[in-house]
Design a protein around this ligand. Sequence first.
Ligand SMILES: Nc1ncnc2c1ncn2[C@@H]1O[C@H](COP(=O)(O)OP(=O)(O)O)[C@@H](O)[C@H]1O
Ligand SMILES: [Mg+2]
Length: 360
Amino acid sequence: VSSPLKPGARVGILGGGQLGRMLALAAARYGFKVHVFAPEADSPAFDVAAERTCAPYEDQTALSAFARSVEVATYEFENVPERTAALVGGLTRLQPGATALATLQDRFAEKSFVAGLGIRTAPFRAVGSSDELEAALATLGRPAVLKTRRFGYDGKGQALIRPGDDAGKALAAIGGVPAILEGFVPFERELSIVAVRSADGAIAAYDLCANEHRDHVLAETRVPAGVSAATEEEARTVAARIAEALGYVGVLAVELFLLVEDGAERLLVNEIAPRVHNSGHWTIEGAETSQFEQHIRAIAGWPLGSPARRGTVRMQNLLGDAVEQWPALAAEPGAHLHLYGKARTAPGRKMGHVTVVRPA
Ligand SMILES: Nc1ncnc2c1ncn2[C@@H]1O[C@H](COP(=O)(O)OP(=O)(O)O)[C@@H](O)[C@H]1O
Ligand SMILES: [Mg+2]
């Protein structure tokens, strides 16, 4: 473990979306100078960074200059190409490291890793051809969910295969790329746990989040999730074991399915995000230390902050046109409004969020 970064040090962020923007704001709060690398000129994180590089992830010259300019680099999304991560990681400290990224950006590697720890997931099979898809369907049954191994997000790159559906069409719909087939999980609810691991191995976790999606996009998070203390404890253990097994440094989020079997709650891991997560946005006002501060603390080699919750929390995403409600939200006492500064609105696009914290 190297010595903690001093205020004034330069922190690099790969990716320029709202997660990068909120990471940059948290880093600035601690006196760090943030350098954002992103391919899109109108990246929300550029607005709040000390330094910006606008270049493709394949631009080795720009990447090298970026990496050399920072004392530590991190990323705000898991689809950073492997070669980009390797190049940056060879020139500066990259955290979370390459192992976490390689394992968690491929759904098959990810589920195999989780299952290898003895943690429950949906049943799954790798699918590389239509023959393999037929074989996997014969084993896992229908309905089943076909997902691309890489690059999926917000339900993109997925197809549900119901009884009677043409499996070949589903494979074509996701582009015929390497895939994973998962048994359909008849979950009661969707939960997530956001946790952080420091360079010296300390772990902190927030309370479980209850998540509601609209068209596969997170719409609302509520905390507490209203599950049993045993389920809260199990989620914490799951997150800690995953973080430890990866030698992880930084914030990660574990998306979970809650099943109720014979009246007992059971958790299944759906996916792991090697980054700050939308379901953790409530921590900005709703916890003693936000997920963004925790991530910056961890990668800077600082001690972790307290994840204690300050009340009963509700976070709502402003998706698409909902952002037009900003004047009313700005006038609402106790509504903590966040706007991401995106120029273009599109249906389902994450334009901002609003958090309300009520005394517990
Ligand atoms: N095996 C499954 N069974 C039932 N629903 C699923 C399954 N996998 C995914 N889903 C649903 O689809 C959503 C998106 O899937 P997920 O694997 O989390 O991909 P993404 O990267 O798009 O978030 C989940 O939040 C859940 O609602
Ligand atoms: Mg997901």
